[in-house]
Design a protein around this ligand. Structure first.
Ligand code: DAV
Length: 372
């Protein structure tokens, strides 16, 4: 093995707001439109199902792809201009069909790093993703992770899902979006408890306290895996929001520094004990303005609340999409410095500024921010 220069702090991040030093920014090179499988139907917006039927298994239309790439390159440049080291994943050809013991699929993209990887302290954890089109997404990050490991980071891959039929509720009414929403609100999801599954973006890090939600892709089994894996140093709080399509916490409950969290007005927190924990610990719970998202951008997979899917460079600088003027003004009024980036053309690939990144190193240590 190559000579290892170990620095345990090459990977170091405990929350969403300590000063950012190094980050991974995703890629859409090689991106493929997923097939509209049963589980993907509960994620893709019904008004765009036709798009997935037309392009499923094929590369994204060239113009969309080029604009998506440009958006990610814009983000890289903006972050580098702010003094952050940016790493990018390998290019993967997601159009290749793969076959496991249980299913056959093609891939998706490696744009949404935040779903696939989680950094807790000096450990990189690969998620146990729940969609068949995302089975091999981790491959895009392996070269980077090997390098971080050689430099001293811890590296864990959560138990990989079989993604056999048992992981998906075969009676879930995927063709009836209204019924799906009702079931979800009653606590039933397309993913079962057959095996642990989770996307890293369903977890939000507040130092020793980590919030997590049951979502379309994170089940209770996956949450329990994480709780035992991290052990007694961390408190994992399961939190519920009023959300008929829960998919990641980073457009719902978003910390912007010690003592301040954004709450999405369309998806209020339903757990009084969690709200009490924030209030008792003197956190301000702030409602941001609605996202605009220019109408020409097709939001295949997400809501307009990507406006609050922001990236904190520290407690003062916040990276925001350049067209989201109300949000930019809102941050200025809070005394923050918005760093704007033309990023909207990445939105169709499933995420915003937070989704498309994974912080590798922030200057800071493990702390408690709550009176539990
Ligand atoms: O608001 O539709 C998008 C978050 C994806 N990481 C939403 C959730």
């Amino acid at each position: 093995m190559a000579k290892m220069i170990k620095s345990p702090n090459i990977v170091n991040s405990f929350n969403e707001w300590d000063p950012l030093e190094e980050i991974i920014v995703g890629r859409v090179d090689g991106a493929v439109v997923p097939y509209l499988t049963r589980e993907f139907k509960t994620f893709a917006k019904p008004e765009y199902w036709e798009f997935f039927k037309q392009y499923g298994g094929k590369p994204y239309p060239k113009e969309m792809l080029n604009k998506g790439k440009e958006a990610l390159d814009n983000l890289q440049k903006t972050l580098e201009d702010e003094g952050v080291v940016v790493k990018r994943p390998e290019v993967i050809d997601f159009s290749k069909t793969y076959k496991t013991l249980y299913f056959e699929s093609c891939g998706f993209n490696s744009g949404n790093v935040r779903d696939c990887l989680m950094v807790i302290g000096n450990e990189i954890i690969e998620s146990s993703m729940a969609y068949r089109c995302r089975y091999f997404e981790f491959e895009a990050y392996r070269e980077l992770i090997k390098e971080y490991f050689k430099k001293g980071a811890k590296w864990t891959a959560a138990p990989k899902c079989s993604m056999s039929n048992e992981l998906y509720d075969q009676d879930f009414p995927v063709d009836d979006p209204k019924k799906c929403e009702e079931l979800i609100l009653s606590g039933r999801y397309i993913t079962t408890e057959f095996e642990p599954c989770f996307d890293a973006a369903d977890f939000t890090r507040f130092g020793r306290d980590i919030l997590v939600s049951r979502s379309l892709v994170t089940n209770n089994f996956g949450i329990e895996w994480m709780r035992r894996h991290l052990g007694p140093e961390y408190n994992i709080h399961v939190v519920r929001f009023l959300d008929n399509s829960p998919m990641h916490m980073d457009t719902t409950w978003v910390p912007i520094g010690e003592g301040r969290v954004l709450t999405c007005p369309d998806r209020p927190c339903l757990d009084k004990h969690i709200l009490d924990m924030f209030i008792r610990s003197k956190w301000e719970i702030i409602t941001p303005p609605a996202g605009l998202c220019p109408p020409e951008i097709p939001l295949h997979l997400t809501s307009r609340w990507l406006s609050m899917n922001i990236l904190m460079l520290d407690e003062n600088r916040v990276v925001v999409e350049a067209s989201e003027e109300p949000t930019i003004k809102f941050f200025k009024n809070l005394g923050l410095k918005p760093i704007t980036v033309d990023f909207k053309h990445f939105f169709p690939f499933g995420g915003g500024l937070h989704c498309s990144t994974c912080d590798i190193r922030r200057k800071g240590t493990l702390k408690s921010y709550f009176i539990n």
